[in-house]
Design a protein around this ligand. Structure first.
Ligand code: ZN
Ligand code: ZN
Length: 367
């Protein structure tokens, strides 16, 4: 009879964050096999998102080392015995994690999960265990830690995707693109003819611009400090762009609209931009804050600010929808992507920080 206490272990390669401001190092780690509700995914590619970079910049050196990465895409390699509806060899994209049992999750709003913070930023499973414990490293970031050759996911953060598109291209759908697109489509439900400004034209902002064009918003104003990104914003759907370094955003938007805008998508996290966004709102307008800040509805004439998580998207529904828009040529997010070898992860992060690359995607293994 098999020894029930013996847990099977996989050897994996993962980029480990040990100290703040130190490069990530690719190390060999021991990862436990999937539990009965988990799925082992061989990672083919992983996007790098600003949240990963923020952790690299702010990691407390006294804390346990961790594996980041939360835009994984790969192939299903092993399936826990209680998982249904997933098959070996399935192509999947990984997204944020949720608990699946709280009131919000049960009512179909996993972005409002009562344990969202622990499930995504706890670096452990919700029961406090950690599949990388033998290597004294913590994983489970966003229920995946995808800067690695393998990741453990659950059905709640796994989305099956068609096999006729390259997995490496689909990786960034799991967080940044879903957030920008979902904010416009789901959270704000921007309609035809509404005026919208997008502060910050990184991956999240550009996804918002592409979807604003799809829903027929007008004008669509992109604001940034990098001319190259503004050029791309215009190609992807911005009707106007404002270079924040040389132009006065407030007076330009007043000139363009004759009044203000109905929506601002604020991705910069800069309090001055935040305040400016509120000042530019039309009555009943909304500022969407995508940087983790909470909202307030105490503004005059029905104006409000709203903190938004993951574009209020249910990944299993929204990611296939975005893939459909991509196939139809309406959501050409491939324009944002630049590929790097897994070993170039530190260069990819540096390029993203400088703004040279909008959406770095690591190639981790072959399909
Ligand atoms: Zn929940
Ligand atoms: Zn992210």
């Amino acid at each position: 009879m098999a020894d029930r206490s013996a847990v099977q272990v996989h050897m994996i390669q993962a980029a480990v964050l040990r100290k703040q401001d130190e490069p990530l190092k690719i190390e060999t780690l021991q990862m436990e096999s999937p539990r009965e509700d988990e799925i082992l995914v061989r990672i083919v590619a992983s996007g790098i998102c600003h949240t990963d970079i923020d952790f690299c910049d702010n990691w407390d050196s006294a804390a346990t080392p961790v594996v980041l990465g939360h835009e994984g895409a790969g192939v299903v390699e092993q399936i826990g015995e209680r998982v249904k509806g997933v098959t070996l060899g399935d192509h999947v994209v990984l997204s944020y994690q949720s608990c699946g049992v709280c009131r919000q999750c049960r009512s179909g709003c996993p972005t409002a999960c009562e344990r969202f913070w622990e499930a995504n930023f706890g670096f452990e499973r919700l029961d406090g265990s950690n599949a990388l414990q033998r290597s004294a490293v913590r994983g489970h970031f966003f229920g995946q830690s995808s800067f690695a050759t393998h990741a453990l996911a659950t059905k709640r953060n796994l989305v099956k995707v068609p096999k006729d598109l390259p997995l490496e291209m689909l990786a960034p759908l799991g967080c940044g693109l879903q957030t920008g697109a979902g904010t416009v489509m789901n959270s704000l439900q921007v309609s035809k003819g509404a005026g919208i400004a997008i502060f910050g034209t990184g991956a999240v902002g550009l996804a918002a611009i592409m979807v604003a064009r799809i829903v027929g918003a007008n004008p669509i104003v992109g604001v940034d400090r990098l001319p190259k990104r503004l050029e791309l914003a215009r190609e992807l759907g911005a009707t106007h762009v404002i270079d924040n370094r040389h132009e006065d955003v407030g007076s330009r938007i007043t000139d363009i609209t004759g009044s203000g805008v109905d929506y601002v998508v604020e991705t910069t996290g800069d309090w001055k931009m935040n305040r400016l966004a509120i000042a530019l709102l039309n009555p009943h307008g909304t500022v969407a804050l995508l940087t983790g800040a909470g909202g307030t509805d105490a503004l005059p004439e029905g104006r409000k600010t709203r903190g938004i998580i993951q574009g209020d998207a249910v990944p299993q529904r929204f990611i296939p929808k975005l893939i459909g828009l991509y196939k139809a040529g309406q959501f050409p997010f491939d324009r944002l992507v630049k590929f790097y070898a897994f070993g170039e992860i530190n260069k990819a992060i540096a390029d993203a920080k400088r703004g040279d690359t909008i959406k770095p995607v690591l190639r981790v293994s072959q399909v």
